[in-house]
Design a protein around this ligand. Structure first.
Ligand code: ADP
Ligand code: MG
Length: 263
């Protein structure tokens, strides 16, 4: 279980996150949605110890993450950041191998089992044919899948994915989300994702947190919290809900557009 308690984070005296608490039960898929700049990426960085909050704590299975050593934390938790560092000269295989180093023996040599996990991660991400290409030659979507494979090679208990579907065409988007679902169902792997697509969030999440201006606006199952008032308050859109036998679908319209039409 991953838990953030009463997180406050300021930059140069500006409050970015204000008393944010979030609880991710083991084996669940939790999604954070919210407008640009509301603090989603900052929260993921704090939960993965990339940033240190001014106050509040993060606990992984009851242990304060500040007390867990870096190698152990990397074996338990992987993060796909929104903005990746440049790794243009690395091959896909080398990048994915990086994900395995927290498991390697001292001295950094990967064992046969480590190399098998690298193979498995490349296969699971569907990028076998890209294995020997350098990252700099990949399309945005291909590069995203290579970074996801690196996270998988870590074989962590929990993966934090910041906008994993960015740059991906619709088919690749579903591939990533289906992979998340498969790993969650087959291996009880836990996920925290940031998504912009409300329909994907509704379809693939057990629990959703809606954020607004550095605070949690509400949380619960998609059905519980995806209500018209919430979309107006958080995203300034009017949301229509369509129902067919399979699912609910959310269709947004800008509030001022709706008003103009009704005049
Ligand atoms: P989101 O991921 O929800 O779009 P972020 O967490 O990236 O939002 O950013 C939250 C807010 O913090 C934004 O207003 C952003 O401009 C600001 N911010 C983030 N990092 C910095 C920084 N290093 N310096 C100044 N402002 C920052
Ligand atoms: Mg972000």
């Amino acid at each position: 279980m991953l838990e953030a308690k009463h997180i406050r984070y300021d930059i140069d005296g500006v409050c970015i996150l204000k008393d944010v608490s979030l609880c991710v039960e083991k084996g669940t898929v939790v999604t954070i949605v919210g407008p640009n700049g509301c603090g989603k990426s900052t929260l993921l960085k704090i939960m993965s110890r990339v940033l240190r909050p001014q106050s509040g704590e993060v606990f992984l299975n009851g242990r304060n993450i500040r007390a867990i050593n870096t190698r152990e934390l990397a074996r338990r938790m992987a993060i796909l950041p929104q903005n990746k560092s440049v790794a243009v000269d690395l091959t896909v295989e080398q990048l994915v191998q990086y994900g395995r180093y927290p498991h390697a023996k001292l001295g950094g040599k990967l064992s046969k089992k480590d190399l098998e996990e690298v193979d498995e991660a490349i296969r699971a991400a569907g990028i076998t044919t890209l294995r020997h290409r350098t990252i700099g030659t990949l399309s945005g979507g291909e590069s995203q899948m290579a970074w996801i494979a690196m996270c998988l090679a870590q074989t962590p208990e929990i993966i934090l994915l910041d906008e994993p579907t960015t740059y991906l065409d619709i088919c690749y988007q579903l591939e990533v989300l289906e992979l998340v679902r498969k790993l969650n169902q087959e291996y009880a792997m836990t996920f925290v994702m940031v998504l912009h697509d409300i329909n994907q969030a509704a379809q693939y999440s057990d629990v959703v947190y809606m954020m607004k201006n550095g605070e949690i606006y509400n949380s619960g199952t998609p059905k519980e919290i995806f209500l018209p008032q919430a979309f107006t308050d958080v995203f300034r859109v009017e949301m229509r809900t369509l129902n067919d036998e399979k699912a609910l679908y959310y269709v947004p319209q800008r509030v001022d557009v709706c008003r103009e039409e009704s005049v």
